[in-house]
Design a protein. Structure first.
Length: 257
C-alpha cells in the first residue's frame, strides 16, 4: 500500500469510528486520562472548624494563626475556615440513614447547613478543630458537630471506626485554667473516634487565657487580673506561634500527600 492509499484508508477508518461513536469514546478516554494525570496537581484542602462563639477572641485567634501558618507554606493548598456558630444545624438526630442496609455511608446523610462542611472534610487533606473549654469539655456546638462527623464513621456491625480518608488532625482548646490546674478533658471520648478514624491528633492548648478585654467591667473577682495579664504577656505570643507552626506543618504534610 502506498502512502496516499494508507492515508485514505486511515481517514475512512476514522470516519467509520466517528459514525459508530467509537472515536468519541476514544477521545473521552484520552481526556479522562489527561484529567487523571491533572488530579495529581489538584489543590489540597485544609479544613479549620471554629467551635467557639467569639469571633476575635482566644480560640478564633489561635485558629487564625493556624490558617496563616498553613497559607504561609504556599503551593496548592486551600485553607477553609468554618465558624460553627454561623451555621444552623443539629447534632445527630439518630435517623440511622448512615447505617441503612446497602446504603451505609461514613458521611452523615442528614441535610442541613453542616452537610457541605462534612462533605468537604471527607475529601480534605488536613483538619483543625478549635473550641474553648466549656465546663471541662468543648462547646455544645462543637460537640453537636462531632456527633455528625463521627457517628457515620462507627460501624455497628464490627465497631470499627473508619473515615472516608485519613488525614492529619490538630485539636485546639483554650481555657481559663492554668497548665498546672485545669479541668480540661479535651475533646473527651470524641478524641478516641478521631484517633481511630483520622490518625493521632496533635493537641494545642492555650492556658490561662484572658477572658475579657476589661476585667473592671465584670464580676470576675475570682481571677487575679494582674497575674493573668502577666501570664498573657509571657505566653500568648508563644501560643499563637505554636498554632502558626502547626498550620505550616499540616500544609507541608498536605502538599506531600
Ligand atoms: C460557658 C463557659 C464555660 C467555661 N468553662 C470553663 C471551664 O470549665 N474551664 C476553664 O478553664 N475555662 C472555662 N471557661 C473559660 C473559657 O474556656 C476561656 O475563657 C476560653 O479561652 C474562651 O475562649 P474564647 O475567647 O475563644 O471565647 C468557660 C467559659 C464559658 C463562657
Amino acid at each position: 500500500m502506498d502512502r496516499r492509499e494508507f492515508l485514505k484508508k486511515a481517514a475512512l477508518g476514522a470516519a467509520a469510528l466517528a459514525a459508530t461513536g467509537l472515536l468519541g469514546h476514544t477521545a473521552v478516554a484520552a481526556a479522562k486520562e489527561k484529567s487523571n494525570t491533572k488530579k495529581e496537581n489538584v489543590m489540597k484542602k485544609i479544613m479549620i472548624i471554629d467551635g467557639g462563639p467569639r469571633r476575635n477572641m482566644n480560640t478564633a485567634s489561635m485558629l487564625q494563626k493556624f490558617a496563616e501558618g498553613a497559607q504561609s507554606a504556599g503551593g496548592d493548598v486551600e485553607v477553609k475556615t468554618v465558624r460553627l456558630y454561623d451555621l444552623d444545624y443539629k447534632g445527630c438526630i439518630s435517623c440511622l440513614a448512615c447505617k441503612l442496609k446497602g446504603k451505609a455511608s461514613n458521611v452523615c446523610k442528614f441535610k442541613d447547613a453542616l452537610t457541605p462542611v462534612l462533605e468537604d472534610i471527607a475529601g480534605a487533606d488536613g483538619l483543625a478543630l478549635g473550641s474553648p473549654n466549656y465546663f471541662g469539655e468543648v462547646t455544645g456546638q462543637m460537640r453537636a458537630f462531632l456527633e455528625r462527623l463521627a457517628f457515620p464513621w462507627l460501624s455497628y456491625n464490627d465497631y470499627s471506626i473508619t473515615a472516608p480518608k485519613r488525614m492529619p488532625v490538630v485539636l485546639v482548646e483554650t481555657q481559663n485554667g492554668t497548665k498546672e490546674r485545669n479541668n480540661c478533658n479535651g475533646y473527651g471520648t470524641m478524641e478516641h473516634c478521631i484517633r481511630q478514624a483520622l490518625g493521632e491528633p496533635e493537641k494545642l492548648f492555650a492556658y490561662n487565657t484572658y477572658q475579657v478585654k476589661n476585667y473592671d467591667r465584670y464580676e470576675l473577682a475570682g481571677f487575679d487580673e494582674e497575674a493573668k495579664r502577666k501570664y498573657r504577656e509571657e505566653h500568648w505570643e508563644e501560643d499563637l506561634q505554636a498554632a502558626f507552626d502547626a498550620g505550616r506543618r499540616m500544609a507541608e504534610m498536605a502538599k506531600g500527600r
